[in-house]
Design a protein around this ligand. Structure first.
Ligand SMILES: Cc1cc2nc3c(=O)[nH]c(=O)nc-3n(C[C@H](O)[C@H](O)[C@H](O)COP(=O)(O)OP(=O)(O)OC[C@H]3O[C@@H](n4cnc5c(N)ncnc54)[C@H](O)[C@@H]3O)c2cc1C
Length: 499
């Protein structure tokens, strides 16, 4: 008889686990607390508009690159239409001067050289780094637990690239940008790259993917994308149960044997895998009984992605004056916008006019997001009137700021929607509203997180809470690798198929 796997959570990781589980002959059942699959990889429809909630760029959209294989196997690549941006972002300074980060390294290099020929050495080091990382392909198809001598030899071949990665992981954006002689470039690049504490490796890798056209936008956004994975899972014969919140993982003699749902019903399986929030899994579903000092320390001193306030607007025009780009247009505000006690003196706006499926003809969705403080939102959420009023006040301020920069825009806004960290908590259960789990850092780059918990058998964790940096490709890889480990334990070959 086929062995069975219970999967907690029907986000991207849960669906990937389900698909690879079915490809390998397991009876798989996903239990998802929400009404739809996708988790944070989602979008929502309002008044004829779709607000995308996760699809900025998807690594692996180019055939032949490392992650493409997962999307091919998971049934997304066969259906998708990819849009590759020319610009990564546009950054306006206080004088209204616009600076653009181009996706093509050659174009970006020439643009920077035109601004500051005296910085040619540092400019070439930057763009050469982008080109080098654009060729970087990592072996993704095997988890660390199963690597053998041949895999280790493959990694040895990558040593020069790994050394280069190590070098760039240790250099922060701020420190690198200090090397520019031209003060405009020095200041603008530091701000335009987003966060001066980020390792430069992140920038080079990210722009390298764009230079190689290996991380495009899937037309239709996250909602459409996740639909193809759910279809693939169902076509493979997988089961998915919605509105089923898992409350406990059932354990007998330190072996996970099943789950108990909030409605009291119990289900059993040979393997239990949680693709849900890490803190809930470890400390609620398993009551904190299977932890060690490392896990305790990680959850006591979390380094998480900051949660977001996310404003989606439906506009009766394509607002072409806001140029298309991956990260959007950032411009300074005359009057700062205060959110959760923090003053924001810039506004970043993304215009989705490159995806006509998200809005009625001739119209567009624009999005503004701010990183915010979780505790503030958790507190104010306890007072529904105040919470609602604060959301509306922020939307008013954002629309007023946009109208100042793009006169007339306010009168064209016919839909507004505001999500807060509590929205993510409510619909996905992610701890402190962190939409990608643990922050990627120099420390997490060199250490790995285990998929198991100390002392507990027949149980795995997968997804963004065991893979720092999160992201959609990580979710797919994590599902793939976890099933590979389970197959290994069951002494059966791991196989994959494409639709
Ligand atoms: C605004 C935003 C932008 C992003 N941009 C990008 C991007 O451009 N590129 C990229 O690669 N990634 C991006 N991401 C990140 C990416 O979407 C996520 O890292 C990835 O989808 C996480 O998938 P997951 O399945 O591991 O986790 P989740 O999506 O969190 O899935 C967990 C699932 O478990 C369910 N669950 C939780 N608790 C329970 C319970 N007790 N019982 C049953 N079910 C439960 C949840 O409802 C959820 O469906 C973005 C995310 C956001 C929010």
């Amino acid at each position: 008889m086929d062995k069975s796997i219970i999967i907690i959570g029907g986000g991207l990781t849960g669906l990937a686990l389900g698909c690879y589980g079915r490809m390998n002959g397991y009876k798989t059942s996903i239990f998802e607390m929400h009404k739809i699959a996708g988790g944070v990889c989602t979008g929502w429809k309002r008044k004829g508009y779709t607000i995308d909630g996760a699809m900025n760029w998807l690594v692996g959209t180019k055939p032949g690159t490392s992650f493409y294989k997962f999307w091919d196997e998971l049934g997304a690549a066969q259906k998708w239409k990819i849009y590759d941006h020319d610009r990564y972002s546009t950054f306006e300074d206080n004088n209204g001067k616009a600076f653009t980060i181009y996706c093509d390294a050659d174009q970006f290099e020439q643009y920077l050289l035109d601004i500051s020929p005296e910085d040619k050495d540092v400019i070439r080091e930057l763009t050469q780094g982008i080109r080098t990382f654009s060729r970087m392909e990592m072996p993704m198809d095997k988890p660390a637990e199963l690597t053998n001598l041949i895999d280790k030899i493959k990694v040895v071949k990558m040593i020069p690239m790994l050394m280069l990665m190590r070098k760039w992981v240790k250099i922060s954006v701020g420190d690198f940008c200090k090397r520019f002689k031209n003060s405009y470039l020095r200041q603008t690049l530091t701000s335009a790259f987003g966060d001066d504490s980020w390792p430069m490796f992140m920038i080079l890798w990210l722009l390298g993917l764009q230079h190689n056209k290996a991380a495009g936008y899937v037309v239709g956004g996250a909602l459409e994308f996740v639909r193809s994975l759910e279809e693939r899972y169902r076509a493979l014969g997988g089961e998915i149960h919605f509105e089923k919140r898992v409350e406990k993982i059932l354990v007998e003699n330190d072996k996970a044997v099943g789950i108990k749902l909030a409605d009291g019903s119990e289900y059993r399986a040979d393997w239990i895998v949680s693709a849900a929030d890490g803190r809930t899994t470890i400390f609620d579903m398993l009551e904190g009984k299977y932890i060690d000092d490392i896990i305790k320390d990680r959850y006591d001193n979390p380094n998480l992605f900051s949660p977001l306030v996310y404003i989606g607007l439906g506009v009766k025009s394509s607002v072409d004056e806001i140029p298309s780009s991956i990260a959007g247009l950032s411009f300074p505000l005359e009057t700062p916008i205060t959110i959760a006690g923090k003053e924001h003196d810039r506004l970043g706006v993304l215009n989705y006019h490159y995806d006509p499926t998200l809005a009625p003809e001739g119209k567009t969705v624009i999005k503004v997001q701010f990183e915010t403080d979780y505790d503030y939102w958790e507190n104010i959420y306890k007072e529904p009137e105040k919470y609602k009023a604060e959301k509306e006040r922020i939307a008013d301020d954002v629309i007023a700021a946009l109208n100042k920069r793009f006169p007339g825009l306010a009168s064209k806004v016919e839909m507004r929607d505001i999500a807060t960290p509590m929205t993510w908590v409510r619909y996905t259960g992610n701890w402190r509203g962190s939409y990608e789990g643990w922050m990627f850092s120099a420390e997490s780059f060199t250490s790995s997180m285990r998929k198991t918990l100390p002392g507990l058998d027949n149980f795995y964790m997968a997804g963004q809470w065991v893979n720092p940096g999160g992201g959609m490709p990580t979710a797919a890889m994590s599902g793939h690798n976890t099933i590979q480990v389970i197959c290994h334990k069951d002494k059966k070959p791991f196989v994959t198929t494409t639709p």
